[in-house]
Design a protein around this ligand. Structure first.
Ligand code: ZN
Length: 306
């Protein structure tokens, strides 16, 4: 290590941040949170605005373009936490990554979108349906939809597509339906490419989709910051009415008013605690629909005491 520092000094490449003795460590009060530009992560975007003013904790928002990229950053400790599909986080936990779910990302807020000629779940037989990832509540909602029509995933073609591609794939007839994080469902409706067959609450009451996840090292090494962060996050969720949500969404990602007005009708951000009852219902569905045989138990994965 000494040799390496010496080499860096000789090369003149040592940045001021490496001089820990200077008392100026810019990363010390910063929390790095990964997110995707979707309405499902609005609570963390809204919180970022407030937390620094109140507690002096700065949130560094790290934007990703896809779930695999975000997950890689979370799993390798490049960020302190993330707003992420909870099933992906459960899978990471199952594989030994030190993370905990500390709150929901949102409540409700998903829709099953189908082409205009599909009028019932039974009409999906033999059709192609897109989900963002096998490890997602969108996969569970697809299974619930099919069950209503007496079908299973064996009766249709399931394909994984990037969320941004789904509305145009539906419009071109490449797929017959999709379920994905918002506002991509609303985009399909706003452009008349398709319509809502079910909203998530019609299929699964108190559904869980995204979670706010923190790394164990952040929770353990910076316990006061973690507590302030989660408390402030839940408060931001409670304050996130439709108007504030729309303003925050417009600030962080480009979507037109029509799409946001449709999408934000379906979602809420208050009471973001993860209860044992709703988590256990998720675990049962994850097992029943083959997402995982051995998802983590509430006691080992959810931290609900902030
Ligand atoms: Zn979500």
């Amino acid at each position: 290590m000494k040799k390496k520092i010496l080499t860096l000094l000789l090369a003149g490449a040592l940045s001021p941040a490496l001089f820990t003795g200077c008392g100026n460590k810019p990363s010390e009060n910063t929390v790095k949170i990964a997110y995707l530009p979707i309405t499902h992560s609005l609570a963390v975007l809204e919180e970022a605005e407030e937390l620094e003013k109140e507690n002096g904790i700065k949130i560094e928002l790290v934007k990703f373009g896809s779930w695999p990229e975000l997950l890689d950053a979370l799993n390798t400790g490049k960020v302190d936490g993330a707003s992420v599909l909870i099933e992906l986080a459960m899978k990471s936990k199952q594989e030994g990554v030190g993370i905990k779910a500390v709150a929901l990302g949102h409540r409700d807020g998903n829709v099953v979108i189908v082409s205009n000629d599909i009028n019932s779940p039974a009409d999906l037989k033999g059709k192609t349906f897109a989900i963002p990832h096998r490890q997602s509540s969108h996969n569970i909602l697809l299974n619930e939809t099919l069950a209503k029509g007496g079908l299973s995933v064996d009766d249709i073609n399931v394909t994984e597509l990037a969320p941004t591609e789904m509305p145009s794939a539906l419009a071109s007839g490449q797929i017959d339906g999709y379920c994905v994080a918002e506002p991509f469902g609303a985009m399909g409706v706003a452009t008349n490419a398709g319509k809502v067959l079910y909203s998530s609450e019609e299929l699964w009451e108190d559904s869980i989709c995204c979670g706010l996840v923190l790394t164990d090292s952040f929770i353990e090494n910076r316990s006061d910051d973690a507590k302030s962060f989660v408390e402030s996050y839940k408060k931001a969720g409670n304050n996130l009415d439709k108007e504030t949500a729309k303003a925050t969404a417009k600030k962080y990602f480009k979507q037109n008013d029509d799409v946001l007005d449709i999408s934000l009708q379906w979602i809420s951000y208050n009471n973001l605690d993860i209860t044992e009852e709703t988590y256990n219902a998720l675990v049962e569905k994850v097992k029943a629909y083959g997402l995982s045989d051995n998802p983590p138990a509430y006691s080992e994965f959810v931290k609900n005491d902030y």
